[in-house]
Design a binder for this molecule. Structure first.
Ligand SMILES: [Zn+2]
Length: 310
């Protein structure tokens, strides 16, 4: 029956399970954001998946389920190998558990940055372009390269890890164990680390007087004209711009899409980032690789997760 069949896309992150239903041609129908911070066991997550799928397809026929997960995945084994934000699910054969719950409905699983890339490529800022690189700017920095509608996965699915590209030899310590990674300069945790160091050194400064240092409070402070908060965004923005210049020189994609929560502070980092990518890339590369902000916001991943069915 036309219009009665749906796909459901999921995006599982550290704090929320996002879920949306889509028509068979990929048009958004309904969506939900479900708090997962109380989940202590894999079964808790599984129950949330089942409840959400049921409520989004209650009077309809569920034709396929796409799942995006924040973490490094072994897609052959259907496992989450590593995920700092989902420690309970590390090593858990999530794909098999979901397949058992939803059988015989077909199921696809992918990494959340790849899902966001496909979402923006097919239904967001990258629509109509042949090649697109996405940077997801949030707690960490993820990336994905799409060309002719296909994600470039690399030899073992590790392609696109732009957050851990070194932009400074022997630079700042990164959470991955290496030094000088882009993420160690421009990510939520890196900006908060820099602001905390500033607050410790200058306790009487506006940053030192913040109740809670977060990207949101730092961006509010920058918006109120505080030069020290602005300098933190600009330093991070310069590093981001160097990373973007490297993407332009290496791949020269038709467009580069900036997505993720930090994009909300674009007024404070984007002008400096632009100076940096123009200074550090070939003119022919930067003039032909357009930089856009994502259009789907935090909902890019759920849309990308169902793309394999379309
Ligand atoms: Zn790193």
């Amino acid at each position: 029956m036309p219009g009665r069949e749906v796909y459901v896309g999921f995006d599982l992150g550290g704090s929320f399970l996002k879920a949306s239903s889509f028509s068979l041609d990929g048009e958004l129908q309904e969506r939900r954001s479900i708090d997962t911070q109380w989940c202590m066991r894999a079964q808790n997550y599984l129950d949330l998946f089942k409840d959400a799928a049921k409520s989004l397809s209650s009077d309809k026929c569920l034709m396929g389920i796409g799942v995006a997960v924040a973490g490094v995945l072994d897609l052959d084994a259907g496992k989450i190998i590593d995920s700092p934000n989902l420690p309970v699910l590390c090593g858990v054969p999530l794909l098999g558990m979901l397949e058992n719950s939803f059988s015989p409905i077909p199921l696809q699983m992918m990494n959340d940055a790849n899902a966001a890339a496909l979402g923006e490529y097919f239904a967001g800022a990258g629509e109509g372009y042949e090649s697109m690189f996405i940077l997801t700017l949030g707690t960490g920095v993820g990336g994905g390269f799409v060309r002719n509608g296909e994600i470039w996965r690399g030899a073992s699915g590790m392609a696109g890890e732009i957050g851990h590209m070194a932009i400074e030899i022997n630079g700042k310590q990164c959470t991955c164990g290496s030094h000088g990674c882009l993420e160690a300069y421009f990510s939520s945790w890196a900006l908060v680390r820099d602001a905390k160091a500033h607050a410790k050194r200058y306790p009487d400064s506006a940053i030192g007087s913040l109740d809670k240092i977060s990207p949101i409070s730092l961006s509010e402070l920058a918006g109120s004209g505080d030069d020290e908060a602005r300098a933190i965004w600009e330093n991070g923005g310069y590093a981001l711009g160097v990373g973007i210049a490297n993407i332009m020189n290496l791949l020269n994609p038709e467009c580069i899409v900036l997505a993720g929560g930090l994009v909300n502070a674009k007024d404070y980092f984007l002008p400096t980032a632009q100076n940096a990518w123009e200074e550090n890339s070939f003119e022919q590369a930067s003039s032909s690789s357009k930089v856009f902000l994502g259009k789907l916001g935090e909902w890019a991943g759920v849309r990308g997760a169902i793309q394999p069915f379309l």
